[in-house]
Unconditional design. Structure first.
Length: 342
């Protein structure tokens, strides 16, 4: 993944059988190039993984001291602290950060990767492990240095600096079970295109499945990470005939939305139903009652991801993937079911 050997304009011209001037016209003013020629050039561009860079790429060092980060959403605080820590470490080395958003869309993430490379990004921070093979092939072909964060895998296929979402959700669910809950529901994030949400569902499901004392999942509702969606999911769960005594939420925003809706409906948390979150963003400690949740080590994760990416950019060998442990934070939104508490 060293930033060497990237295909040049001359490489594309040779592969397409045209001049570099024709390549430039096709990329910058396509209407002036015949359709058949454009298609031949595009095939060469795709096959070689070429992206036109500007600005600092003309420097002898072939470096712009710019790094790109593509996060799923800028509307959610779950990435804020980690991204800030990532940027601060980069700044200490004189590296500028460009940030883009994928909207949890893997095709859009691919377009953003190409755009950041076009704008001269020397390396990338990517969130999560869910992306199509063409994106992985593009990164490999271009030899783009990158670090994957907010998840962890012990594999030689990439450099990960993050935490195990499945393990963290499993640990939280076991704590809920220890309180005596056996009828459990889940408000999860949308799992399509989001390996973190999917792994959290898997962690909750595994803990319930392994319980030998009659635990069961009454319902799983997937929802976007918004307060109103957490509230709507709470309505859906509590309108069923099979009611849970605890609701495990895929993040703190969904949990806060569920708590607010519970209060409006006259349901007491945790007396009538316990609710837990995930991430431990600032909202978790100010919502009433405070959320029992999983604390994601955002700052440590962001700092270490930046250090590893800087090593790659300096052509130094990176360490192996780094797993950073999460922590359970106990607050008042989790209690024993009423039948056990009396």
């Amino acid at each position: 993944m060293k930033n060497t050997g990237s295909p040049t304009l001359e490489d594309v011209a040779e592969a397409a059988g045209v001049s570099t001037a024709t390549i430039s016209r096709a990329l910058n003013d396509p209407d002036k190039v015949a359709k058949e020629t454009r298609e031949r050039i595009q095939k060469a561009v795709d096959r070689l993984g070429y992206t036109p860079n500007f600005g600092g790429r003309v420097l002898a060092s072939n470096r712009t001291n710019t790094v790109g980060a593509i996060i799923p959403s800028m509307a959610n605080a779950m990435f804020a602290s980690g991204l800030q820590a990532f940027q601060e470490v980069l700044a200490e080395s004189g590296v500028t950060l460009l940030v883009a958003s994928s909207g949890y869309d893997t095709e859009h993430e691919f377009r953003q990767i190409r755009s950041l490379m076009t704008h001269g990004a020397d390396g990338l921070l990517l969130i999560g492990d869910e992306r199509p093979q063409k994106t992985k092939d593009f990164l490999a072909l271009r030899k783009i240095p990158y670090v994957i964060s907010w998840c962890y895998r012990n594999t030689p296929d990439g450099l990960y600096v993050g935490f195990d979402n499945e393990k963290a959700a499993y640990k939280l669910t076991n704590r809920v079970l220890e309180f005596g809950h056996r009828d459990i529901a889940m408000i999860a994030g949308i799992s399509k295109g989001n390996d973190r949400a999917r792994n959290r569902i898997e962690g909750v499901s595994r803990a319930v499945r392994e319980n030998t004392d009659g635990a069961r999942l009454t319902k799983i509702v997937e929802a976007r990470y918004r307060l109103e969606n957490g509230a709507e999911a709470f309505d859906e769960i509590m309108s069923a005939s099979d009611l849970p005594t605890a609701i495990i939420c895929g993040n703190d925003v969904l949990a806060a939305g569920a708590i607010v809706r519970a209060r409006k409906k006259g349901a007491r948390v945790p007396d009538d139903v316990s609710i837990t979150g995930f991430d431990d963003i600032g909202l978790a400690s100010v919502v009433e009652p405070g959320l029992t949740t999983v604390r994601v080590p955002q700052i440590e994760m962001g700092q270490e991801a930046a250090r590893q990416l800087l090593r790659l950019l300096s052509n130094q060998p990176a360490t192996s993937s780094i797993e950073i442990e999460t922590e359970l934070v106990m607050r008042d939104s989790l209690a024993a079911p009423k039948a056990l508490a009396v």
